[in-house]
Design a protein around this ligand. Structure first.
Ligand code: IVH
Length: 688
């Protein structure tokens, strides 16, 4: 038998186990906290398996801080209460949610510190207010021994075995054991990243299971689980922001220094923090973070300001259960509870039936919301909402308001489950659902007034035919009076027909006619987009126009030929081919051309340099001398694409004045940022 296959002698085993533990701690920190692994996952797994095997043959080697002890523990009957060594306090909230609200806190601190008006600006540690669950992590001699929830502030619950499953939380602090504090309680927030939350919900959807309402509740529920296997299956993250009991801690002068020290001990801390000097900088911090809020990878509900000097924190002390030296400055809530008064059906341009929640009006995300999408019947069922329920409405940034779920609680009375109508509520045509699709559709096509209206609005839109003077109200009137049934009929309108409409002033009639006349001079890409072919958005329309150059060539293209077009896949190719195969659509196109719609014939521009070919740019903010449309046209002429959102695939973000969340996102993802001059330099070869 080979010598190295014998069970190792205890001392050698102990040394080897210690080395493996050290390596595994190091690599877990690189992987979970720094997001910068140095070794492949398989190598980590190999080291892990070796340690597990060693510990199995020598149980005495097992220690609480061993990475193997992250493995899932026992199902519990209940969570045990734990009295906090130092109470977990709450924090005062600044009620004025405007950025200027920060001034009240600074004024109060200065008054309580008895600073004169001449005294210099006070330094504050400004941090994000993470929207998750507060946790106390107790380390003794550097080893995680207990994790507890806040509970009522005096007594929390023991969630140690659940917290151990969170990879980001170190089981052992970094640093030499004799240099670590005898006791160190780290306070922080367990939360769930938005992308992890979305992935989890996608998984639930795939399994036909109930989706979760928001990342915070999901994170909190996962931590307070009795079965640690369930916690382990939820992707949780952690940020440290303060301390509880500490014995043998080095002395720090400032909170900001303490946070950096925690970071060096291997604890995740958030980078979006800074020391602000005085009220003006607090206001600026609040304003900047609010602009970045929607681009952050996790939810926050505001920012927190803390007096940076720890001696001053001690001087101010506490008022009842709250420190006088800190304040939470919240943003307007993005979620609110309200009542679901009814469910309406909206018919879209393609005939899709969308259930829309009619809500008791509620102020959320900065506006009053009374309608919110419920997406489709299956989404609605999964959310389990019924008319009369108290529901949670969410509106984040520019995103359309959404009903995320119902508030817990019993219904007072039986309410039948919502059903999709079998006939279109607008035109009474049968409603169908294609096999495998989640969408119900009205089969009426352009016979359906709702689809006709939406098709006209789309055709007239600014990015399509850009017909000035043709808005919502007028389209309603034209369709309801039976004046326009098909797109070409728009161009047969004259003063006589229009003046027959109620409340139609001569001026608006003349405006519309001028708008129609002007729209006749267009581009092939706009015309294609305006037709409303399924799956052909603005960018695909441009690709098609660029590739074929002429409409007739496109109309006769086979699926194979269409597949040659940049970014066109089988679904789009199929849809385009089918659209032009219908004689009815060809007739519409002929009549539109006969009405005078025209575009410049394509110049074959293959010889022109395309310095931005294959690149995607995102525009944000106001450029000093270029309009947004102009910038987009120049980028496209240079072969580039313009997208509305920043991702890892974005080549450049072009940022002007007042750039907000897109700039922040670019910085977070490490996407290069250009100003107008930088953009011009990129484009230069195209003009040279
Ligand atoms: S400091 C004594 N800092 O907000 C002050 N709290 O505190 C202790 N929270 O549920 C709190 N982010 O979990 C502090 N950067 C941050 C925070 C933060 C989120 C939570 C905390 C608690 C609530 C009030």
């Amino acid at each position: 038998m080979a010598l190295d296959s014998l069970p190792p002698a205890p001392q050698a085993a102990a040394d080897r186990a210690a080395l493996l533990r050290q390596q595994l701690h190091h690599h877990a920190h690189r992987y979970y906290v720094l997001d910068a692994p140095e070794i492949p996952d398989a190598e980590y797994d190999r080291l892990f398996a070796e340690l597990q095997a060693l510990e199995a043959s020598h149980p005495a080697l097992r220690s609480a801080d061993s990475p193997t002890q992250r493995v899932i523990g026992q199902v519990l009957d209940g969570l045990a209460p734990v009295r906090h060594a130092a109470p977990m306090l709450s924090i005062q909230t600044e009620t004025d949610t405007r950025p200027e609200g920060a001034r009240a806190f600074d004024a109060r601190v200065r008054r309580e510190l008895e600073l004169t008006d001449e005294a210099p600006a006070v330094a504050y540690a400004a941090e994000l207010k993470f929207d998750g669950l507060a946790i106390n992590l107790r380390y003794e001699a550097g080893v995680l021994v207990q994790a507890t929830t806040r509970g009522d502030g005096e007594t929390g619950e023991d969630v140690t075995q659940n917290i151990r499953t969170i990879g980001q939380i170190p089981l052992r602090l970094q640093g030499a054991a004799d240099a670590l504090p005898a006791v160190l309680e780290v306070r922080g927030e367990v939360y769930m990243r938005r992308d992890d939350f979305e992935r989890l919900n996608a998984q639930q959807r795939e399994r036909g299971e109930k989706t979760y309402v928001n990342p915070r509740n999901t994170a909190a529920g996962a931590v307070r689980q009795l079965d640690p296997a369930v916690t382990a299956a939820r992707p949780l993250s952690f940020y440290a922001y303060g301390l509880g009991e500490a014995v043998g801690l080095p002395t720090f002068a400032r909170h900001s220094e303490l946070i950096s020290w925690l970071q060096q001990r291997g604890l995740p801390v958030n980078e979006r923090r800074r020391v602000c000097e005085g009220a003006d900088e607090l206001v600026a911090f609040h304003r900047a973070v609010e602009a970045e809020r929607d681009a952050l990878p996790f939810d926050i509900d505001g920012v927190v300001y803390k007096l940076d000097r720890l001696d001053w924190q001690r001087r101010l002390g506490f008022k009842s259960r709250e420190p006088r030296w800190a304040v939470a400055h919240k943003f307007p809530a993005q979620e609110q509870a309200t009542r679901l008064n009814g469910i309406d059906i909206q018919v879209g341009r393609t005939g899709k039936l969308t259930p829309v929640a009619k809500l008791e009006p509620v102020f959320v995300g900065g506006t009053t919301v009374s309608n919110a999408t419920l997406h489709n019947l299956f989404e609605l069922r999964r959310k389990g909402v019924r008319v009369g329920d108290a529901v949670i409405v969410r509106r984040a940034g520019d995103v359309i308001p959404e009903v995320v779920g119902r508030m817990p609680g019993e219904r007072a009375a039986y309410v039948p489950n919502f059903r999709m109508p079998s006939a279109c509520p607008v035109c009474a045509s049968p409603v169908k659902r294609e096999q495998g699709s989640l969408e119900h559709r009205c089969t009426g096509g352009l016979f359906c007034a709702a689809q006709r209206k939406q098709a006209l609005l789309h055709f007239a839109g600014r990015r399509a035919m850009d017909i000035e003077g043709l808005g919502d109200k007028l389209v309603d009137q034209l369709v309801e009076a039976g004046l326009v049934r098909t797109l070409p009929e728009l161009y047969t309108l004259g003063i006589a027909k229009l003046s027959a409409l109620e409340r139609m002033a001569d001026k608006s009639a003349a405006n519309l006619l001028a708008g129609l006349e002007k729209s006749k001079q267009t581009t092939l890409a706009r015309f294609l987009f305006a037709l409303g072919i399924r799956h052909v958005g603005e960018s695909t329309a441009k690709d098609l126009a660029r590739h074929f150059g002429q409409l007739d060539a496109l109309m006769d293209a086979s699926v194979e030929q269409l597949l040659q077009v940049n970014d066109v896949g089988p679904i789009v190719a199929e849809s385009v081919q089918q659209f032009f195969a219908q004689p009815h659509h060809r007739e519409v196109i002929e009549r539109l051309r006969a009405a005078g719609i025209h575009w410049p014939e394509a110049t074959i521009d293959a010889d022109q340099p395309k310095p931005l070919a294959g690149q995607t740019l995102v525009l944000t903010g106001t450029l000093p001398s270029m309009g947004r449309d102009e910038a987009q046209a120049l980028i496209e002429a240079a072969g580039g694409k313009v997208s509305g959102s920043v991702s890892k695939k974005t080549s450049y973000v072009v940022a002007g004045a007042e750039a907000g969340s897109k700039l922040a996102k670019a910085q977070e993802l490490g996407v290069p940022v250009l100003d107008e001059a930088g953009l011009r330099a990129l484009l230069a070869p195209a003009h040279g």
